[in-house]
Write a protein of this length. Structure first.
Length: 332
């Protein structure tokens, strides 16, 4: 080998090493940026309890310890006016702690075979009006309207437990109409919040991309596509209720949506863990004998988050804890 050849090869090796270092530094920078923007949210269904100053301080102490960034606060349309001053104090305290406040409402009854969406839209409008009255306001609205049957309200329209291509014609008509209506409801919320310069998030089932082996589909705005794909286009936060106490089970429940968000280049997908007691050891940390502590929840949140950030950096946005009442009751 000539001296010139050795020099050329040495130069190429040096360039390769420098490029590898630069690439590694870029990845590290992306990881730090992702960590800085990671959403760490919690649902609060008993928002009135945080009006008490001592209870609020307990919440804020926990929020700081877990570096929470977002709080989904359940409030009805009437609450925004009836409790205006107390809510303003709460939202301001959250903002001072670096926590974004979201309005929260939703149940199966907001669909047309229940009470309809009127009260849900009124809650969004009341939140927007609240923001107009106060310097510190809500950053967005979080909807929690689940479409499946068996929730004590509404007709049997989803036909639980049946794969999409196994539905009878009448059942298919029911499910298609329901899912189109569900998408239209979220689109209407998106229009309302966007006009006010606010974000929209939603709590969503983990099975939309894979219901007994097939995705749930619906026709919306003239196109028949997977519902998960259409929702990702409507939402700023797509929060999957991936409630499991096993890390691999959580990852399996969110993989489809994470990959979809990653392929679309939309970092909007969050996973969520359950801490409210009752659903069983496989679902809630409160019911798991070996994981009924905040430390266990933190460890699993961080482990899942690390793996999702590595696999789906363009789709993964963070996580949420359900809910404050359950989490508060867990020992350290």
């Amino acid at each position: 080998m000539s001296v010139a050849t050795r020099r050329r090869r040495g130069g190429i090796g040096l360039v390769t090493a420098l490029l590898a270092l630069a690439f590694g530094a870029a990845l590290a920078g992306m990881a730090r940026a992702a960590e800085a923007t990671l959403v760490r949210a919690i649902w609060v269904w008993e928002t009135s309890a945080l009006v008490d100053e001592a209870a609020r301080e307990t919440f804020l102490e926990t929020a700081r310890a877990f570096r929470l960034t977002d709080a989904y606060l359940y409030l009805s349309a009437q609450d925004y006016e009836a409790e205006d001053a107390a809510i303003a104090d709460l939202v301001a305290a959250l903002a001072d702690a670096g926590i974004r406040a979201w309005g929260l409402d939703g149940w199966r009854g907001h669909l047309s075979d229940g009470d309809g969406p009127g009260a849900l839209y009124e809650a969004v409008d009341a939140m927007i009006a609240f923001n107009a009255r106060h310097a510190a306001g809500f950053v967005g609205f979080h909807a929690n309207v689940e479409p499946q049957d068996g929730q004590g309200v509404g007709a049997v329209r989803f036909h639980d437990g049946i794969r999409q291509d196994a539905l009878l014609p009448a059942e298919r008509t029911d499910r298609d109409a329901l899912m189109t209506e569900w998408l239209e409801l979220h689109a209407a919320l998106a229009e309302r919040t966007a006009r006010a310069g606010l974000a929209l998030g939603a709590a969503l089932p983990s099975w939309l991309d894979d219901y007994y082996g097939a995705p749930i589909e619906a026709t919306f705005r003239g196109l028949r596509r997977p519902v998960a794909e259409q929702l990702i286009g409507l939402l700023d936060q797509y929060v999957i209720m991936s409630y499991r106490t096993d890390i691999d089970a959580v990852l399996a429940r969110v993989e489809g949506e994470m990959r979809l968000g990653h392929d679309l280049g939309r970092a909007r997908i969050l996973f969520a863990l359950e801490t409210h007691p009752g659903p069983g050891a496989g679902v809630s940390y409160a019911d798991h004998p070996g994981k009924a502590t905040r430390a266990a929840v933190r460890a699993d949140l961080e482990a899942i988050s690390e793996r999702l950030a590595a696999r789906f950096p363009l789709g993964y946005a963070g996580y949420a804890i359900h809910d404050w009442e359950g989490f508060r009751a867990l020992p350290e």
